[in-house]
Ligand binder design. Sequence first.
Ligand code: PA5
Length: 423
Amino acid sequence: MSLTLDREFLKGFVGQNDIDALASKIKKAHDDLHNKTGKGNDFLGWVDLPGKIPDALIKELEALGNEVRKDSDALISIGIGGSYLGIRATVEYLGGGKLPVYYAGHNMSADYLHNLLETLKDQRITVVVISKSGTTTEPALAFRIVKQFMQKKYKGDELKKRIICVTDAKKGALRQIAEKTGHRTYVIPDDVGGRFSILTPVGLVPLAVAGVDIKSFVEGARKGEQEYGKMDLNANTAYQYAAIRHALYHKGKVIEVLASFYDNMYYVTEWWKQLFGESEGKQGQGIFPASMIFSTDLHSMGQLMQDGMRNIFETFLTVDQPRHTVIIPKEEDDLDKFNCMAGKDLDFVNKQAFRATAMAHYEGGIPNLSLKICKADEFHLGQLYYLFEKAVGISGYLSGVNPFDQPGVEAYKKKMFGLLGMK
Ligand code: PA5
């Protein structure tokens, strides 16, 4: 098993009996997901998506990536929420692809966009604009501005080929724009919601353009689909994770901190926050998903974690084999007294810091579990994404909510359109 769950520091908080007590509810949730009989069943396309991704599409996107990278210095990926976070999480976790990726349309800061376009003004650019609805304000406005920037740099067929649209097959303004201008388009399936869409063209198109190995990434997700499709609670890490967090929530642990000692996981934790927050936070319920990157945040949030209100549990994301080794050098004078660590990989120290933190937080009253990824690569990231998707589906059904809608996100939009005088 390449992703493993360590439950050592749950002792006294959640035991096997708590997990077993949820077995029949989990079986029902599993059946509802797989037979499409539960709430939100028109958005379950992600459940068997990895196995259905055509190999021909992967090849086509790899060819697209090779073509784009020949005459581009950078990619601008425009999108927000589910059309942004997974892409950034994947690129940053892997330490970048073959083409630098910049992001737009995930905020409305004039300074941000000004500085971005200033940085890129003399570079050869390709744009991927992603919006399932095709009508979201942030990416729509960013696209207008980036389009103007591109129109100043390129004309005719050159302009046409340098903008790629990822959107709905029929609906939305982005579809209309793409059809009018003749930009290349890729379709987001109807039955996959934004936060579950990293394995659709939403993720695969910009990742392939960036030069990420999407074949391994999809293979990892396919492994996840097999592993976490089994209705055997003792063998299914996704279901165990869902059961543990459900049990902790009902024992008053209403905040989950997803913590990692690997700072390249920052956007993975941001993606996870959207996945869990938007799926579970409804009808007055839901674990509050928070995230921290250690040891950085131990020097700012460490006090609260050790000693604050005990309504938190922690899930550590750890990596057995990071991508690089960095050896600590020996110094003749040893003024800082760290020669005892000379010759060791920095990751060895990082792992001791993790172990120490897990122990200290447990002793301080924070139950914690760890999800260990054996290798920091595309394959295991694909598998991890699928694990979390499956876990949140089960988790939402355990709580009785529809994990696949997000009616609450409309409230600010309605008020904003009112203030802007729009209908
Ligand atoms: O999960 C969601 O549905 C949202 O976060 C969307 O992904 C986000 O609002 C972007 O939507 P769209 O792709 O339609 O522009």
